[in-house]
Design a protein around this ligand. Structure first.
Ligand code: HAM
Length: 494
């Protein structure tokens, strides 16, 4: 792990610095045509205009968080906890070990690995200067480069390969905030480092697919292969020749892309560029036989696993470190009756791919790898919308009983008894800040508990407590020492 910086150091923000390393590629012989199974038109990214603030609502308080950042309030907890539990269950089942890397990293880690012409590096990084130490630092915009750094720094080559790691945490990108696009957002990611096998890509896609399937949200995978840098460069030359002849019909951004980052031409959403894009050469036709056959194996595995995917020839992903397989996960909601949900089907929930050259770039040693990250905020946003008219498995933690009290002294005893029952495994609802029994029993009803315990002055003196059946209203006075046994007996006979 990197050495810890002095804690009281002052940092001041500066503009993103540019010092990237570009992967150089040589042209190779043209190999034509690969058989593809299913082609679809890649959905345009949605025009979501709504801005986001505290808990996704506009907030006029002078103490609202920074633009594009949110407070995640307790009422959201059930979603966050459900997704976390699900992510962890996937990691445990598929043997990924948890890794935590620092949120602050050296800026050059990302500047050198993600690509100088990527949106993240050219305009979205939060970069800071340190007062007493040289070198700029930044808030991590993603975690793949960090995980590879950690793999190298900790000599994980020496462990049995590949090393499978997962993470969950905040990432930072200074992008224009919109619904589903934040400046601080959370990702859960899974990386497999140290082996080169198409089954790794299939396994990662399966984990992404399962993640949503187990939550009850239908998704589909869009997939492509972008081969190796030399194949890509050869393809990019072809793409540029094709686009040059149509330059006068292109939008302003595409004219820039033509010079700076031709592959991103395929990402353009402007109407005027769509017909040109539709007629563009496809990267799969420019891959070598070995790259094609690698990709075909990934697709065969996915077919066997019955993971729904569509081949997406325009999918190139926004980061330079990818090689071979690239993929993105979208909600499969385009045929839903609900118009809002149909629109959400265009939001990428996650993405990933192979990055066989990243380790070599960073440490000069062959370190093939593959990985993916899912956007937690976006997944929750879509899930919440989907939950409005579909059944999904997200619920508040369910209480077993409610503990009500009457009188000041009873409050103290109630807290003591609640604390004594901590090891019992019983989930107990309570509200010690209300004095009225009626209000407390209303809370018990709202929690839909079958029984309430009531502790009044008399029970305090006698060492007893009332068990109330919430449905029939029948009450029974029992010894306080027998609460656990009696309640468990009643709950088990429900
Ligand atoms: P990415 O496609 O940049 O890939 O991000 C993955 C997911 O993070 C996106 O599909 C999206 O759901 C979410 N996301 C990205 N930006 C934002 C944002 N501004 N607001 C909300 N959610 C966002 C990566 O980050 C790669 N590191 C994935 C990977 C892992 N590749 C290999 N291993």
């Amino acid at each position: 792990m990197p050495t810890k910086k002095k804690e009281d150091k002052k940092i001041k923000p500066v503009k993103a610095v540019k010092k990237p390393t570009v992967v150089k590629a040589k042209p190779v012989k043209v190999v034509k045509s690969v058989k593809v199974a299913k082609f679809v038109k890649r959905p345009n990214k949605p025009e979501v205009k709504k801005e986001v603030g505290v808990d996704e609502e506009r907030n006029s308080s002078p103490w609202k968080p920074l633009r594009g950042m949110r407070d995640i309030l307790p009422k959201q907890e059930k979603y966050w906890q459900t997704l976390y539990d699900n992510a962890k269950a996937m990691a445990t089942y598929f043997h990924f070990g948890r890794i935590e890397t620092p949120i602050l990293e050296e800026a050059k880690l990302f500047l050198r690995t993600l690509g100088k012409n990527t949106d993240i590096v050219s305009k979205e990084m939060y970069v800071f200067e340190q007062q007493e130490e040289s070198g700029k630092i930044c808030l991590r915009p993603e975690a793949t480069a960090s995980v590879m750094r950690a793999y190298i720094a900790n000599g994980l080559w020496n462990q049995s390969q590949p090393v499978k790691m997962w993470y969950w945490g905040p990432m930072f990108r200074h992008d224009r905030p919109q619904a589903g696009r934040y400046r601080q957002f959370y990702q859960v990611g899974y990386e497999i480092i140290g082996a080169n096998d198409p089954i790794m890509d299939a396994e990662l896609i399966l984990v992404a697919y399962n993640f949503y399937k187990d939550l009850g949200l239908p998704v589909t995978i869009q997939i492509n292969s972008i081969g190796l840098p030399e194949e890509r460069e050869r393809y990019a030359n072809e793409l540029v020749s094709y686009y040059r002849t149509k330059r006068s019909y292109l939008c302003e951004s595409c004219r820039q892309r033509l010079i700076k980052n031709p592959l991103r031409l395929l990402d353009c959403k402007e109407d005027q560029c769509q017909p040109i894009k539709d007629g563009a050469p496809q990267i799969l036709d420019w891959l070598t036989e070995s790259s094609k056959s690698y990709f075909m194996k990934v697709l065969e595995y996915l077919d066997d696993l019955e993971v729904p995917y569509v081949l997406q020839p325009n999918l190139v992903r926004g980061l330079d470190y990818y090689t071979h397989t690239v993929f993105e996960v979208f909600p499969a909601l385009e045929n839903d009756d609900d118009k809002n949900l149909q629109q959400l089907s265009q939001i990428a929930l996650g993405g990933g791919g192979r990055y066989d050259l990243l380790g070599k770039e960073m440490a000069g040693r062959e370190t093939p790898a593959s990985g993916m990250a899912l956007g937690v905020d976006r997944s929750i946003m879509v899930l919440k919308e989907y939950a409005k008219n579909h059944e999904i498995k997200i619920s508040e933690p369910k209480m077993d009983i409610f503990f009500a009290q009457l009188g000041e002294r009873a409050k103290g005893q109630a807290l003591k008894l609640i604390n004594n029952l901590k090891q019992s495994g019983l989930k107990i609802g309570f509200n010690l800040y209300k004095n009225s029994l009626k209000t407390q029993l209303e809370s018990a009803n709202a929690m839909a508990v079958p029984y309430a315990l009531i502790l009044g002055q008399k029970e305090m003196q006698d060492g007893t407590i009332i068990i109330r059946d919430m449905e029939s209203g029948i009450q029974e006075i029992v010894d306080q020492k027998k609460i656990e046994v009696l309640i468990k007996k009643r709950l088990s006979s429900l």
